[in-house]
Design a protein around this ligand. Sequence first.
Ligand SMILES: [Zn+2]
Length: 460
Amino acid sequence: MLKYTGHPFVDVGTATITAFAEKANPEDVDRQDLDSVASFIEQHYTKDPLKSFLTAIFPNAGYVQPAMKPEKFAAFLDRYLYGYKNEERLPGRRCVYCGREASVQVFRQHVPMLTGEGLLNFFPGAAPGLPVCGFCLLCIQAFPLGATKSSGRTLIIHSDNEQVTLRAAWNFLDDNLKYLDMHDITKYPDQKFPRTIFVDQVLKISGDLDERSSSITLYHLTNYGTTADVNIMHLPSQTVEFLAVANSAKFGQIWREIVRRAWQKVDDARPGVARNFLYEDLVDLPEKAARFVQVYFLRQGFRAPARFKDDPRNGYAFERELDLISWGLTAMFLREVIEMEAERIEAIRNLGDGLSSYVSRTNDRRFFRDFYRVDKYGQLRGLLIKVSNAEVRGGRPPLIGFDEFITIFEEGEELPRIDWRLARDLVLIRMIERLHQEGKMIEEMVPEEEVAPGGQAAEI
Ligand SMILES: [Zn+2]
């Protein structure tokens, strides 16, 4: 009776009913399960806390209309909630979601983001309303139970991987059932940070998935009055895969500490009530990958006061957080998230190794400082040529060969790559990790008053 259709409201509703029935698949849901979720909806949607939550999802629907006469309300329920039971049919019209024979035409009060009655725009067949079957309609009535509330809007998680959709709906349903059990709650708890809720859920889910490569989408919507709007955020499968590997035994310890140090500094640090800055920035990958690397893997970029006082990144500094500098984790990020060529990653690592050996042997603090402070490409180039030449004069091999130099930093000779700063940050990460492993005092190489690259918290 129930199946996933690819439409987020129907799918999240299908997942919610499946979770409500405590079944593993929508195919296992039977008539009795549908009856029990429908009667639960009838019982709870007409009173707070759910009623006030629903005014932004189904405005003008029977649930939230206190003035609706009982017989009219009963007719509303019969048609739109228990529609899967009745014999009503729209001859010749198919359900737009699943293709079964449609039973009713629906409007904005029944399905969020549609237009109101009487408007023809965007409906098929020049007839107002969308033809829908009773099963899909029940799923759409049920989807708010598998959603959470954030900034006054409804937040749902949908994926091409049905396991993700099911687990997210299941988690939100569990929370909602808990709230409904608390007798003193009249208002649905609100949470401010949808991105943080999104990534927090993805992390809870992604660890147990058999099939990791799935992209996951967040819909953050309101169907309220004239402000109806939906905000869609997307975690591509590369980012989801990165998160799964970052949480694995190999990187988990460092990764979880990096995440922990990105929580907003507030007393109540529950996800959504507080924000996690790293989670929020994850949603901007891969576009802002260079900034992400600089802030979270190199622990730099926030020496100037950040916008928010409770932003923990104000205190980031690699010389004090050497335990978080990991070339392995960074290289995995480069492979998974920005799909950097293996050859370039290898060249960057080799240069980091060469430079750390050089600094370690010569104790050339000045070079280390200049290398991380440099903000013009010509200076960086000059600096590397200078130390490389000095090595050759001392009878040692050059620190960097011409081909590697091009691979890491340049499009063509002396034409820097657009991401040369990212490359420099990556070399630094490897250098710092190696110097730290060798017990070198990195703290001493960086006097307190130094301002690091990106010290103005500039966007890259
Ligand atoms: Zn249908």
